[in-house]
Design a protein around this ligand. Structure first.
Ligand code: MIC
Ligand code: SF4
Length: 639
């Protein structure tokens, strides 16, 4: 029986366990990446582990999320990360270099390698044939310290691509189509592997757009084969030596299959407020647009921006539209500046902003009240733009550019505009934005700790009885942006959990933090896919700081579930989802003999107010149980 590409890469990195869906395995991690907004926690945790030497082949610390430096907090965080990077032999990418995922693709991604990143869009590397997984900061710190990562083996879902995309239809439309089919929880417990004749019609950056947004499916990761297009891309970045052809065996057997005929797709958009709320641009109709933003780790490659420049060339952005553009990396920006594409954007009336995450995480360019904003990003969760009542639509760069000129949502196919084919180009490669670690005196490197950097909260050994008051009853698909918002007010405080905790669940229930403080020990009741979205472990650390003991939900998103366990907070799933309706705010829940009960896959929770008992599923692996008993991952490691 032939092997999937996923299986081949996992097998070549297997350190412990047997590769079969549902089993826990440990794999070798070759590379890690961090970014600034999760990075300070990663490096505080790495420091707490007292590591002599990191074990990865390559680790990179990127600064891309908060580069505004509205106060000393950010700049201090950057200095802290720089100093720890120097101490531990981690490469440091200075602000201004670009967005971590785009940069990693250009500079360091290698087919067949494993990458663990403290950002949910790390699977972008799957466009190069890597197994690239997003994880909480602590998992990345441990991967640096030990060179390993443990995971439950996902099923492999094959997406078979046939045919070729029509003009004006692009990779973004492919992943929006897949999101429509599978939904934001359809990828949970799965790795999505792309195969079929349609694969070689897509460039590496097209593939990276698709694997990037596999995060929105909740998938562990997504992966493409490494082929001639991969070689061409690596060569364009001066790295042909890193090329390695890789693919699944022709008789590989997959757990599930989805067929996608590329030639049948039309331009799509994800409507407010979820990436899977997808329809065709034609069906949505010519709604008036106030803002258009072209950038983010999903759609800021050279070819994406060249298409945009060609569409804008000689035209004028509608007076009542604000068009904001930024390329994904300094290398792309420099190329666009050299070939005149940047001038065509500026001359059309576009605002050019720094290559960084910026508006994608609500750092600036918040739309006006009630605005319609078209964005080439990957997430349109309510309020993420910084404007609670804005309506954000996710679209391709082509749709975004043509709509900016028209002032209404426009399907390029019927716009009458021409769209030339963009050829891939070689880049002038330099590493002037990278600081290489010194290799002497690492241990003595001073760590720069600004006053905003506070110690992270630590849990204690799990007690015999867990008690908590229901402090929130949340709905389905709660995002980590809901749990720990991260707009321009709060992003500067990513190193300060006590400060952030006061804003936990702010958008859903402004009294949440106060209620937790009063209750002292709390429980969150949640719906399906609780904790989807970002990898930020702040969405577990702030609740930990506020005394949350367990989360009882219908189901959990992968990274957030792991972050809760790492913090010693129990993620428990209703055995009967209908029980959800029986819980009320303020009720007291008790789990007796919880340490003993953890030996069973199902535990009993008592509602002390009604006396009724409920069965709930733990499904913790052996390692997860150890972490929970110890009161979190750091305690378990220190044991
Ligand atoms: C995001 O897109 O939500 C982020 C901001 O990149 C997060 C990381 C973070 O919260 O710092 C992610 O995707 O993991
Ligand atoms: Fe940055 Fe947005 Fe990508 Fe997150 S999704 S890494 S905020 S560009």
């Amino acid at each position: 029986m032939g092997k999937t590409l996923t299986c081949k890469i996992l097998e070549s990195h297997l350190l412990d366990g047997v590769i079969a869906p549902g089993n826990e395995i440990t794999i070798k991690i070759d590379q890690t990446l961090t970014q600034d907004s999760t990075g300070t926690m990663v490096y505080l945790q790495l420091e707490a582990m007292d590591v002599d030497k990191i074990k990865t082949e390559l680790s990179v610390a990127y600064i891309d999320h908060n580069t505004l430096q509205t106060g000393f907090e950010n700049a201090d965080d950057h200095e802290f990360i720089k100093s720890v990077a120097r101490r531990h032999g981690v490469l440091f990418s200075k602000p201004g270099n670009g967005i971590c995922h785009q940069l990693h693709l250009e500079n360091y991604g290698i087919p067949g390698k494993t990458l663990l990143g403290s950002d949910s869009h790390t699977p972008t590397g799957g466009g190069l044939g890597m197994i690239a997984i997003g994880a909480g900061g602590l998992d990345v710190a441990v991967a640096m310290a030990k060179g390993t990562y443990s995971l439950t083996v996902p099923k492999v879902l094959k997406v078979e691509l046939k045919g070729r995309l029509k003009p004006w239809v692009s990779a973004k439309d492919v992943i929006l189509y897949v999101l429509k089919q599978l939904t934001v929880k359809g990828g949970v417990g799965r790795i999505i592997e792309y195969t079929g004749e349609g694969v070689n019609t897509l460039s590496v950056t097209d593939r990276a757009t698709i694997t990037n947004m596999g995060a929105e499916l909740g998938a562990t990761t997504s992966v493409f084969p490494s082929d001639e297009n991969t070689r061409i891309y690596l060569a364009s970045q001066g790295r042909e030596k890193d090329f390695l052809p890789l693919s699944a065996d022709s008789d590989a057997v997959y757990d599930e299959v989805l067929d996608v005929d590329l030639s049948s797709l039309t331009p799509l958009a994800a409507m407010p407020h979820s990436p899977d709320n997808v329809d065709t641009v034609q069906n949505i109709g010519p709604i008036k647009v106030d803002q258009v933003a072209i950038r983010s780790c999903t759609n800021s490659s050279y070819t994406d921006l060249m298409k945009v420049a060609e569409i804008l060339r000689g035209k004028k952005v509608r007076p009542d539209v604000s068009l904001v553009i930024s390329p994904g990396s300094s290398r792309i920006l420099s190329k666009l500046a050299q070939n005149g594409a940047l001038a065509s954007m500026i001359n059309s009336g576009a605002r050019i902003i720094e290559n960084a995450c910026g508006p994608c995480i609500g750092m600036g360019q918040s739309p006006k009240s009630g605005a319609v904003s078209l964005r080439t990003f990957n997430r349109n969760f309510k309020g993420r733009s910084g404007t609670l009542d804005a309506n954000v639509y996710l679209v391709s760069p082509e749709t975004a550019a043509v709509s900016a000129i028209r002032g209404i949502l426009t399907d390029g196919t019927s716009s009458g505009f021409s769209l030339p084919e963009i050829q891939s180009e070689n880049f002038n490669v330099n590493d002037n934005f990278i600081i290489y670690p010194e290799d002497a005196n690492k241990k003595n490197t001073a760590i720069e700790m600004g006053p905003n950097i506070k110690p992270f909260p630590r849990n204690t050994r799990l007690s015999d009885t867990l008690t908590g008051t229901v402090v929130l009853q949340a709905g389905n698909n709660i995002t980590t942006d809901d749990i720990m918002p991260s707009d321009s007010r709060l992003l500067p405080y990513r190193s300060n959990i006590p400060y952030l905790a006061d804003y936990c669940f702010e958008k859903i229930d402004p009294n949440f933090a106060a209620r937790c403080k009063e209750a002292k020990e709390g429980v969150i009741v949640g719906g399906e896919n609780y904790g989807q979205g970002s990898s930020r472990e702040h969405a577990a650390l702030a609740p930990l700081y506020l005394g949350i003991k367990f989360v009882l939900a219908k189901s959990f998103a992968r990274i957030h579930r792991a972050n809760l366990i790492n913090s010693g907070i129990l993620p428990i799933a209703f055995e009967d989802p209908a029980d959800y309706d029986e819980f009320k705010l303020g009720q007291k829940l008790v789990i007796d003999n919880v340490r003993e009960q953890l030996a069973n896959p199902v535990i009993v929770i008592k509602n002390a107010d009604t006396g009724k008992e409920y069965r709930a599923i733990t499904n913790f692996s052996e390692l997860e149980t150890e972490m929970i008993l110890a009161g979190g991952k750091i305690n378990q490691i220190k044991q």
